[in-house]
Structures are given as structure tokens and as C-alpha cells.
Design a protein around this ligand. Structure first.
Ligand code: HAM
Length: 419
């Protein structure tokens, strides 16, 4: 059937069978987050656009090309959230959720919007499961957050998840590194794309994130940011790596991993699987973000997982549950018994069964056809002469066998019901 209107490019419906798997994955995430002491938070889908421009970064693709941005009727510049970190930090500050000496741990599950070119693994509306831990600068928290992320993938059966790890240092280290990047790239200006030429001026680190082939060739040879880390950032990163090593958590050091958002400091990471060419999740520290949003000088760290990418991967690996949930009972009845049929359906539902019924007084044969179509496991056939003796016919829709039973056998009773 072709409707008069179809959904917009880059967005899609998540259909019931698929959504069951989504909810299962979300439940798994909620359970793990609970064990790590994270609490759920929900922030609005619309936020002041300025907040993302300032934090995600003016030179990033997300802000320059991908933000859904508009003026509302009150002339305010509004954005559909392209990511969840800045909103969680804003909510943390706005609602005074800071308790000195305590790490504030939040998680969220929700949709994000980026006006990207739709392609495999890239939608304009997509869903993230994310966590943010605010108020602790220790490398131990970095390790815990990474462990949490990997544990989630492991529990879902994604055994070949690969952790890419880097440190982008602090603004001090980056000043030095940016200088050396400018020097490095200056002989290559003709080879770099137009965007990268602009980035060379404003934010050379962003060049490392460019997806244009000819830029990628140049980027392959850049100096490593790790050689430019200040003592504090270097020691922090060494500590993270050393504990990961001791725990036997494997990672690939990727010194060009700068991530697509500007707020990162120190540890950054992404998770992918061999051959995918996309990240399923990513995150890192953002020790300046809370202050940038007007709060105290507190550190933060978090990650987000792309739900669509994760689900596609799990489906490819045969790790999704494909079974369809069908009614336990379908209720078929003589036209005179409509009220009793409704009551019986309610009683069975109260007992936790999935119950479907025929909605129109049709003959027995067509009701049985309906029962077949509903894929119900069993039908309860209510006939006047039988029900007078508190009896019904129970038909097994799979074997076709049927038997006359006392209604009590279903552990429900219509006796005493107001009919
Ligand atoms: P991000 O790397 O931009 O980070 O996005 C996280 C994940 O969202 C990606 O790894 C990917 O799986 C998914 N994703 C991103 N864009 C799309 C898209 N267009 N279509 C489908 N999936 C997509 C952030 O958003 C940070 N806020 C993560 C974070 C939290 N850092 C610290 N805390």
C-alpha cells in the first residue's frame, strides 16, 4: 500500500518485530548501567542551538553541516539535539544535581538528529544509548567506563568488538600539537579538501577526522598527538593503558582518533568490529565541558552507542531473537455470548495471557479462520448450550485437537461475574 505521504529521507519506522529486539537490548543496557550505579535521565529533543555550536564545535561537521536548526515562533534559534552529552551536562547544572564529592552518573536512551547523507549505518534520525559520569578526574573512572562499554557488547554476544584508544590531551597539549600539524600540513595544502584548508586555519586537529580520500592519504603520515601530551595528560593516559593491560582488556592504539566533537580531552575511544568501517560506539573525557556550559570546573567522561548500527550488526551475526509473539488464546463465541466473551478475555489477560478475540458476530467457521490468522496457540470456543454447564471447547490450533473442558480448567470462572 502506498500512502499519500511517506517518511522523510534518512528517517525510518522501527517496526514491532524489530522493536522487541531493541527493547531487549535496552533492558540489557539498563541492567548493566544499574550495576555500575548509573541513573536514567531524559532531556528534551530541542535545545538552544548555541549550546551545541559552542560545545560540539563550530568547525565540526556536526555543527557546520548536519545540525537541524531553526528559529521557533519566538525567534529563538533551536536545534534538534545531534548528541546527548551537552544536554545531560546542561540538565545536571540547571537542576543542581551536583553533590560535591560524589560522581554523578547518568544514562540516556533516545533519538538524535544529524542531517548526514543517508547511507548504510548513517541516518538523519538515529538512536543512542549513552552514559555520562560527571565530577571525577581519576583514570580509574576512564577504565571503569571503558569496561562498562565492553561488557555491554560482550553480554550481547559481540565477541569481536575492537576498542580503539587515544588521548587528545588538554587544550595546552593541543596548542602545541596544532602548531606542529599546521607545519606538517602546510606543504600539502593543494592536496587537502576545501574544508580541511579552512580547518588548517581554525582547528587543524579536525583534519584528522576528515573522510575525504585524498585527505586521508596525507593524514596517514601525521605526527602522533601522544608525542605532544603534557606531563599530566601523558601520565593519565599511561595509567589508563597500564590498568587496561593488567586487566587483559585489549585495545588498538589509534593516535589519529580525534572523534567528531570538539569537547574531548585526554582519553578518547571508539568501538568497532573488523571490516565494519564504522564505529558502533564512542566517547571520551571532556574535562572542560561543564565549565564551558557555565558550571564549576568539573571533569566528565562518557560514551554513546549507536542503536541502529548495533542492531544491524547483531542481526548480521544472528544474535537477534526472531521469534514472533503470538496470542495464547483466541476467543470464539456465539453472538449471544458477547459480554461473557469479553469478560473471559479480560480474566485470561489478568492472568498474564495474550488474548485475542473475534470482534464481530460471525459464524463459527469464519471465527476459526480468524483464530488461524492470528496464529493463536489455542482457541476457546464458547457455545451457549455448553456454557450453561460452565463448559467450553478448547482447541489446540497447532495440532487441531479439541476437547470439551470445564471453564475452571483455565483457572478462571464466569460464575459470579456480572453479565
Ligand atoms: P558520536 O561518536 O558522534 O559521539 O556518536 C556515538 C555513536 O552514535 C556512533 O559511534 C554511532 O554508532 C552513532 N551515530 C552517530 N551518528 C550516526 C548517524 N548519522 N547514524 C547512525 N548512527 C550514528 C557522540 O555523540 C558523543 N555524545 C558520545 C559521548 C558521550 N562522548 C562522551 N559522552
Amino acid at each position: 500500500m502506498k500512502p499519500k505521504y511517506t517518511s522523510l529521507r534518512g528517517v525510518r519506522d522501527i517496526l514491532p518485530d524489530e522493536l522487541k529486539n531493541w527493547r531487549r537490548i535496552e533492558d540489557r543496557a539498563r541492567e548493566i548501567f544499574r550495576r555500575y550505579n548509573y541513573r536514567e535521565i531524559e532531556t528534551p529533543i530541542i535545545e538552544p542551538a548555541e549550546m551545541f555550536i559552542r560545545t560540539v564545535g563550530e568547525e565540526t561537521d556536526i555543527v557546520r553541516k548536519e545540525m537541524y536548526i531553526f528559529k521557533d515562533r519566538g525567534e529563538r534559534l533551536v536545534a534538534l539535539r545531534p548528541e546527548g552529552t551537552a544536554p545531560v551536562v546542561r540538565a545536571f547544572l540547571e537542576n543542581n544535581l551536583y553533590v560535591p564529592g560524589r560522581v554523578a552518573k547518568f544514562y540516556y536512551i533516545g533519538d538524535m538528529f544529524r542531517y548526514d547523507r543517508p547511507q548504510a549505518g548513517r541516518q538523519r534520525e538515529f538512536h543512542q544509548i549513552g552514559v555520562e559520569a560527571l565530577g571525577e578526574s581519576s583514570y580509574v573512572l576512564d577504565v571503569e567506563v571503558i569496561m562498562l562499554l565492553l561488557e555491554f557488547f560482550e553480554e550481547l554476544g559481540l565477541v569481536d568488538a575492537v576498542l580503539l584508544l587515544n588521548s587528545v590531551g588538554c587544550p595546552r597539549c593541543r596548542l602545541e600539537y596544532s602548531k606542529s600539524l599546521r607545519e606538517f600540513f602546510s606543504p600539502y595544502v593543494d592536496e587537502l579538501c576545501e574544508d580541511c584548508n579552512a580547518r588548517l586555519e581554525n582547528n587543524p586537529l579536525r583534519i584528522l577526522d576528515c573522510k575525504v580520500e585524498r585527505c586521508k592519504k596525507v593524514i596517514a603520515k601525521v605526527p602522533s598527538i601522544l608525542d605532544y601530551l603534557c606531563d599530566d595528560c601523558r601520565i593519565h593516559f599511561e595509567n589508563v593503558r597500564s590498568v587496561l593491560d593488567s586487566l587483559g582488556i585489549r585495545y588498538v592504539l589509534d593516535t589519529r582518533l580525534v572523534r567528531g566533537l570538539d569537547y574531548y580531552t585526554k582519553t578518547t575511544f571508539e568501538v568497532t568490529v573488523p571490516g565494519l568501517g564504522l564505529s558502533i560506539g564512542g566517547g571520551g573525557r571532556y574535562d572542560g565541558l561543564i565549565k564551558d556550559l557555565g558550571g564549576p570546573d568539573l571533569p566528565g567522561i562518557g560514551f554513546a552507542i549507536g542503536m541502529e548500527r548495533l542492531v544491524n550488526l547483531l542481526r548480521d551475526r544472528g544474535l537477534l531473537v526472531e521469534e514472533e509473539e503470538v496470542p495464547d488464546y483466541f476467543i470464539i463465541y456465539d453472538a449471544t455470548l458477547v459480554t461473557k466473551a469479553i469478560i473471559l478475555s479480560k480474566l485470561l489477560r489478568n492472568r498474564g495471557f495474550i488474548v485475542e478475540m473475534s470482534y464481530m458476530a460471525k459464524n463459527l467457521k469464519s471465527q476459526l479462520k480468524e483464530a488461524d490468522r492470528s496464529k493463536a496457540k489455542k482457541s476457546v470456543i464458547m457455545r451457549e448450550e455448553l456454557l450453561a454447564n460452565n463448559r467450553v471447547i478448547l482447541k489446540d490450533m497447532i495440532t487441531g485437537e479439541q476437547e470439551e473442558i470445564e471453564l475452571d480448567k483455565l483457572e478462571v470462572s464466569l460464575i459470579g461475574e456480572r453479565v
